[in-house]
Design a protein around this ligand. Structure first.
Ligand code: CA
Length: 220
């Protein structure tokens, strides 16, 4: 028994997966394909993908947005949890990695649900605002370059409806954020972002230690 969050060792982690992970063959194949390419550590953990699917279903999301798609694992977890007429807008600036995502969207029969915007994510978010998208999204996932988190966060908060849910990835950054000696630019950026969120009275927050740390933000 423990009244604080457990430190998960490999044995407990394997157990957790064995009794709760329901990963489709398609997602398993995508995860395996991604393991062989550059920056494969950017792919989210499978139990995190399943958790996000659950969140999307729980809030009955119809319109979702993802900032940073990479090879598509999280986008498939989000999009499959949307109703058939739901939409997931995906923003990413890599043609190479999102080509893999595109292949799997097609295999999963999700291409009608996905509105992919290639290019700089902050420009795509501003475009959504300009097109009248403010307050129109139920669920948003931020998982892109860490230095721009504050910018993505402000634009996303604007695009999110009241009561909507925003999930921000990598907020524990392999634990580096807790090491005062670690002054890497990305570590400092996430640390600063976490401190900003802590003080942001517009939202309710919870930092969930799943994957590399996932902060849930409810727009009040
Ligand atoms: Ca990530």
């Amino acid at each position: 028994m423990s009244n604080r969050t457990l430190t998960i060792d490999d044995r407990v982690y394997d157990y957790l997966l064995s009794v709760s992970l329901r990963e489709s063959d398609l997602l398993k194949q995508l995860r395996e394909e991604t393991t062989g390419i550059e920056y494969s550590e950017m792919q989210i953990a499978p139990e995190q993908g399943q958790f996000m699917s659950l969140l999307v279903r729980l809030i009955g999301a119809r319109r979702a947005l993802e900032v940073g798609t990479y090879t598509g694992y999280s986008s498939i977890c989000i999009a499959t949890a949307l109703p058939a007429d739901g939409v997931l807008v995906c923003c990413d600036d890599s043609e190479e990695w999102t080509a893999i995502a595109g292949k799997y969207w097609q295999w999963a029969g999700l291409e009608d649900r996905i509105d992919f915007r290639l290019g700089d994510a902050s420009a795509s978010l501003r475009q959504l605002v300009d097109q009248g998208g403010s307050g129109s999204f139920d669920f948003i996932f931020i998982d892109a370059d860490k230095q721009n988190y504050p910018l993505y966060y402000e634009l996303s908060l604007q695009l999110l409806r009241e009561g909507g849910l925003l999930a921000v990835d990598n907020t524990l950054w392999s634990g580096n954020v807790a090491d005062p000696e670690n002054m890497e630019p990305a570590t400092r950026a996430i640390r600063r972002f976490n401190e900003q969120l802590m003080a942001d009275e517009r939202v309710d927050i919870s930092l969930v230690p799943i994957g590399d740390g996932l902060t849930l933000v409810r727009k009040g």
